[in-house]
Write a protein that binds this ligand. Structure first.
Ligand code: C5P
Length: 306
């Protein structure tokens, strides 16, 4: 159905674990990762228009067809057939770019669902997944949300038991890290079989019931912390402040901590804000949601937007 007041809410993610297993013949890398959606959301709005166009509140975000929102909408229009379709998108960006939080990929997943709803196109789960995988390796996760394991390029998604609502601290430094460059730097240092270790813990019954976060690991830390020692110092600071686990997310640059209690997390926000000038340091939490369409007036998920 085509109507007014439709938006997509698009969550950020962190990687609770990220192993880079090997470089593939297609230039991508084989991953074994645990994605976790978090309570930090972009909002993508849609309105009638001729052709496809995009505006964004953040002038640093490209609004031409380098942006996955427009590529996602174009792919949905092609899938629908029946000639060109129009829409004007506005992206309200809250998820920092080049931070390993998956914002652009989440926006793409939201755009698939929003464009399909706007144009009255029924996409089944397989079709959505197919479109998502074509757009980027991280996009399929955002159709699923919550806690999920990603294998292959990170695009083969299997739901995992919920970890529940867990307090997190998210630190974003005043610089980004390019994903392609981080993969390039790591690729040169992949040392099998050390990196061939799988993640058996995640399918085991012990997790997540025990809330034991000692499994947290990210293979990118070795290369990115060498280039940007401040990131490692922030992670160490999180542990000193009582985090039960702390890790860089994706290929960086954000670093997050898992806390047993909100009160401990809030104390850590305060302490680290004093030490790491120029960083954005905020409390957030795990969520079970995915990129989803809302109508104005709906009870929206995404406390950051209220
Ligand atoms: O899929 P996406 O466009 O988000 O990936 C960005 C870049 O990250 C790719 O061009 C590739 O260089 C690298 N990448 C990779 N292996 C993956 C995912 C991404 O090498 N599994």
């Amino acid at each position: 159905m085509s109507g007014g007041g439709l938006s997509a809410l698009c969550p950020a993610k962190v990687n609770l674990a990220l192993r880079v297993l090997r470089r593939r013949d297609d230039g991508y890398h084989e991953l074994d990762t645990i994605f976790q959606a978090i309570d930090l959301w972009d909002r993508l709005e849609i309105a009638p228009g001729h052709g496809l166009s995009l505006t964004c509140n953040d002038p640093r975000v490209p609004t031409d067809d380098r942006n996955l929102v427009l590529r996602a909408a174009a792919a949905v229009a092609v899938r629908a057939g029946g000639g060109p379709r129009g829409a004007v998108f506005h992206l309200h960006k809250r998820i920092p770019s080049e931070a390993g939080l998956g914002g652009g990929s989440s926006d793409a997943a939201g755009a698939i669902r929003l464009a399909a709803e706007w144009w009255g196109i029924e996409l089944d789960a397989d079709e959505e997944r197919h479109l998502a995988r074509e757009l980027g390796a991280d996009v399929p996760f955002f159709l699923q949300g919550g806690t999920a394991r990603g294998t292959g390029r990170g695009d083969l998604i299997e739901r995992l038991p919920s970890v529940g609502i867990i307090p997190l601290l998210l630190g974003v430094p005043p610089f980004g890290v390019s994903t392609a460059e981080a993969f390039g730097a790591l690729s040169a240092r992949l040392t099998l079989p050390a990196n061939g270790v799988s993640l058996p813990l995640f399918s085991g019954p012990k997790w997540p019931k025990k809330k034991d976060f000692s499994f947290m690991v990210n293979d990118f830390e070795r290369v990115v912390f060498t280039l940007r020692p401040e990131l490692g110092q922030f992670r160490d600071g999180l542990i000193e402040c009582g985090a039960v686990g702390a890790l860089m997310s994706g290929s960086g640059s954000s670093v997050f901590g898992v806390f047993a209690r909100e009160v401990d997390r809030d104390a850590a926000v305060e302490r680290l804000s004093g030490r790491f000038r120029g960083w954005s340091i905020q409390g957030t939490r795990t969520v079970e949601g995915a990129a989803h369409v809302v109508r104005v007036g709906d009870d929206e998920q995404g406390s950051q937007l209220r």
